[in-house]
Ligand binder design. Structure first.
Ligand code: SAM
Ligand code: SF4
Length: 266
């Protein structure tokens, strides 16, 4: 499907939960996070239905994100349900990696193709500071398990404060080179202030090339990460919500006051 600016939209990013087992400083407040109620979160059947409706409209690539997708109970089952939809050419997940060691093998067997793991430093102390208590050893185990399970390529998402040659970013780059991983460097963004730049090593942040729609955990289709526009599949129906999002996809992102990274998924 093409939007008003003739961009081909073939990529749907699905945030399956607003919950997370880490508290990264640039993503979540320490406490007082406002979580949506369980009853408002889309069921697996609803998510599969959105995928089933979007594929004939032109969606080929699906990515599961969050929050932390692997804290959603039985996520492997959702992966299987999405992989079962005919026409899904690429099924990926973005994860902090903490639960990947336990799940990589079953995710691959269920039909997951690829994984992006977020890692901003290779220093255990610094990692614990950034994530407010995370254990980097679990992430390393998760990355290894993903490679063993054949979830290739494993990409590493590294959030940088300002420059891709910051010491932590350089160390991540070296770790990737030594371990057959593909790094992507993402400048820290601010949704409410509209700060975003093109992802170094990836495709995000370049409005002219944007090929995405997003689905929030509560069933809103969002045409743009940096916009308050959203269309509710439960109120409008899936097709109408997707078509409205497509039609109103802005030429360029501005600001988003209605979402945070931990519920829309970056
Ligand atoms: N929990 C998973 C993870 O961390 O990979 C998936 C969700 S997380 C919101 C998705 C991506 O957004 C991660 O790579 C994370 O580093 C990035 N992210 C979060 N907050 C950000 C911010 N303020 N600026 C840029 N990227 C951010
Ligand atoms: Fe959780 Fe990912 Fe946000 Fe970190 S970036 S707090 S891991 S959702």
């Amino acid at each position: 499907m093409l939007d008003r600016y003739k961009r081909k939209i073939n990529y749907l990013r699905i945030s399956v939960t607003d919950r997370c087992n880490l508290r990264c400083r640039y993503c979540m407040p320490d406490e007082g996070v406002c979580m949506v109620e369980h009853k408002d979160i889309l069921t697996f059947e609803e998510i599969q239905q959105v995928v089933a409706v979007s594929v004939p409209l032109g969606i080929e690539k699906i990515r599961l994100t969050g929050g932390e997708p692997l804290v959603r109970k039985d996520l492997v089952e959702l992966v299987r349900m999405i992989a079962d939809v005919k026409g899904v050419k690429d099924l990926a997940i973005t994860t902090n990696g903490v639960l990947l060691g336990k799940n990589a093998e079953s995710l691959a067997r269920a039909g997951l193709n690829r994984v992006n793991v977020s890692l901003d430093t290779v220093d255990p102390e610094k990692f614990s500071q950034i994530t407010r208590g995370g254990d980097i050893r679990k992430v390393f185990q998760g990355i290894e398990a993903a490679q063993k399970a054949g979830l290739n390529p494993v990409k590493i998402n590294c959030v940088i404060e300002k420059y891709a040659d910051e010491p932590d970013a350089l160390a991540v780059k070296q770790y990737c080179a030594e371990n057959g991983l593909q790094p992507r460097f993402i400048s820290q963004m601010n949704l409410a202030e509209g700060h975003f730049t093109v992802v170094d090593g990836g495709t995000g942040g370049d409005c002219a090339q944007c090929n995405r729609l997003r689905l929030t955990p509560t069933g809103k289709i969002k045409p743009c990460l940096f916009s308050d526009l959203e269309f509710d599949i439960r109120k409008m129906g899936i097709t109408q919500a997707i078509e409205s999002a497509l039609f109103s996809k802005p030429k360029k992102g501005t600001i988003n006051h209605s979402n945070c990274f931990h519920n829309i998924g970056g």
